[in-house]
Write a protein that binds this ligand. Structure first.
Ligand SMILES: [Zn+2]
Length: 322
């Protein structure tokens, strides 16, 4: 009896010790989650849901891509969004054409299966010449952004800009490029500029989503009024989920917040509509009345909140590993 009581007491004491130790961590996770929700508000629910609520936990395997989905699942009309920025993406993924005095800088190239119709066809529909694309900036070497790089390089002679580790991952891949790979071209450098005519895109290396993720800053004009854009190059947590990877990711989000503040960015874009609501905002733009704000112009404070969501969700995932 005495022995049993002693054991019971030990178990209770053990439980108390465990919960006392677990308590601060649980509180910290809750605090980061609450901070992420507050930062997301109603502006960034897609990003919040993707990386705070149901984070992914591993990189995809090096396998051949599945057959293309039905066109109706991805096709959407291209659109002029700013005086010098055109959307040639899909319902799911973004591709943007930044027009300059000397040609076009294209940002991201969708999946292989969508690039011909959405990018080449989309530019033509908008009265732009795909052969005028001089540079293509690839945010990272996942199939949904790098798919059309080979086409733009081979058919139109566009120069491809990408982070060094992501060029490496393309070269290493055995199965992901059944239709061929883009040839290694320009390596993105931190703070480097891609300049064409009167326009420059400033690159920021933001490792995390992939080791070579490239984010960027550029200016658009809304009926002549200049606006500063922060473009986030990678979001989801499908990288090896360990503390050092999350530390890298978090550092990149802090860096983006700081650079965005310094540049007075009032527009934030990403490469999935899930994250920046690009397709929905384009729909709103079509109904914009004179004097109304541009649907992409969220303001300086909201841009800061965007990078806060990314940072806080990464803090949640990081603490859960500890
Ligand atoms: Zn990706």
């Amino acid at each position: 009896m005495k022995h049993n009581l002693g054991a019971a007491f030990a178990i209770v004491a053990g439980l108390n010790a465990t919960s006392a130790m677990a308590q601060p961590a649980a509180n910290a996770i809750d605090a980061h989650l609450a901070a992420a929700k507050a930062a997301a508000a109603f502006d960034f629910t897609g990003t919040l849901a993707r990386i705070c609520i149901a984070p992914q936990t591993a990189p995809g395997p090096d396998v051949r891509p599945p057959p293309p989905p039905d066109r109706a699942t991805w096709f959407t009309e291209p659109a002029k969004v700013f005086d010098n920025l055109y959307f040639v993406g899909t319902k799911i993924h973004s591709s943007w054409a930044l027009t300059t005095g000397e040609g076009i800088i294209l940002i991201d190239t969708l999946y292989d299966y969508a690039s011909e119709e959405a990018i080449v066809g989309g530019l033509r529909k908008l009265g732009l010449d795909p052969a005028a694309v001089k540079y293509v900036i690839i945010t990272h070497a996942h199939g949904d952004h790098v798919g059309g790089a080979k086409l733009m390089q081979e058919r139109f002679g566009a120069r491809i800009v990408m982070g060094a580790p992501d060029w490496d991952s393309i070269e290493k891949s055995v199965n992901q490029y059944p239709n061929g790979k883009p040839r290694r071209d320009i390596v993105a450098s931190d703070g480097g500029k891609v300049t064409l005519g009167d326009t420059s895109v400033t690159l920021a290396l933001t490792p995390g989503h992939t080791p070579g993720t490239v984010s960027m800053f550029f200016e658009v004009k809304d009926n002549g009024r200049p606006l500063s854009v922060a473009y986030s190059g990678g979001t989801a947590f499908n990288f090896p989920n360990d503390v050092p990877h999350f530390d890298t990711y978090i550092a990149s989000q802090r860096k983006m917040a700081e650079l965005a503040a310094g540049r007075n960015a009032t527009v934030v874009m990403s490469n999935h509509s899930e994250f920046d609501n690009a397709v929905i905002r384009i729909r709103l733009l079509a109904a914009r009345k004179a004097g109304e704000p541009h649907p992409f112009e969220l303001g300086r404070e909201a841009v800061q909140r965007y990078f806060k969501v990314m940072e806080e969700c990464a803090q949640v995932a990081r603490l859960r590993l500890m």
